[in-house]
Design a protein around this ligand. Structure first.
Ligand code: MG
Length: 259
């Protein structure tokens, strides 16, 4: 079911988004070589709880942690581990979510660990760029699959692979609601976007092939060719004009020129 949120519900989702943006800011400050992916998860959970929120990922379909922490060729759903160390030159994607007064927010960022290659930095920047390109199409009266077309138009000239096995989603009281929000062109334009819908847009981009496989742990997606992968996600609100990005801090919105 696709849900349209009331003004009051939107306000709570705004608050949830601001909490989540602060969690990601804490992580961004802390990331450095020598940390484990468990340490990254610990920062997420500690910050989420300190803000009075609940970590939505913990226990979701049995997921064991507050954050998915995915390194290098890991696309998404990396399971935090005390044995997995971040090394200089790695890239690490952190995907986490909060529940605030019953309302969800979901966002992901990919970070550099120490000094990284230009190739890796380009992937991070262009994956983020594809999110902002995609949400230009996320406006009332447009269609949900217009977003994926815009992501694809932005990404394909770089020769990267767009992951198709996982997609964005509606969000609200539930972490995953309808509709699905693909990051690629579909045959149909999908459902019409309406004011006060809230969705999570989350391009997952590989330097090499778009194809992925799942590790034996049953959770973690990796690029099929072992190439680097990046992920960028925010929860957004559909309006009559530009969407409002709920899970970015005011200074980040200014930096990226979004509402
Ligand atoms: Mg998501």
């Amino acid at each position: 079911m696709i849900t349209i949120k009331s003004e009051h519900e939107i306000q709570l989702m705004r608050e949830a988004g601001q909490c989540l943006a602060r969690v990601h800011a804490e992580v961004a400050d802390a990331i450095r070589p020598g940390m484990t992916t468990f340490d990254v998860d610990h920062i997420c959970e500690k910050t989420i709880r300190s803000l009075g929120c609940i970590p939505s990922f913990k226990g979701y379909e049995g997921f064991p942690a507050a954050a998915c922490v995915s390194v290098n060729e890991e696309v998404v759903h990396g399971i935090p581990s005390k044995h997995k160390y971040l090394e200089e030159g790695d890239i690490v994607s952190v995907d986490t979510g909060v529940i605030w007064k019953g309302w969800q927010s979901d966002a992901a960022r990919t970070h550099a660990v120490g000094k990284i290659s230009q190739e890796a930095q380009d992937l991070i920047d262009r994956t983020r760029g594809s999110f902002f390109a995609g949400i230009k199409a996320a406006t009332e009266g447009g269609h949900v699959n217009d977003i994926g077309r815009a992501v694809e138009d932005y990404i394909l000239p770089f020769g990267y692979g767009i992951v198709e096995d996982l997609v964005g989603h509606g969000i609200g009281r539930e972490l995953h609601e309808e509709p699905e929000v693909p990051n690629f062109t579909c045959r149909s334009r999908g459902i019409k976007l309406r004011k006060n819908m809230t969705i999570a847009v989350e391009p997952m981009i590989n330097i090499g092939t778009w194809q992925v496989r799942v590790l034996d742990n049953g959770w973690t997606f990796v690029s099929a060719d072992g190439s680097l992968s990046a992920h960028y996600e925010n929860t957004i609100l559909i309006t009559e004009g530009e969407p409002e990005v709920l899970s970015l801090l005011p200074e980040e919105k200014k930096l990226y020129h979004v509402r």
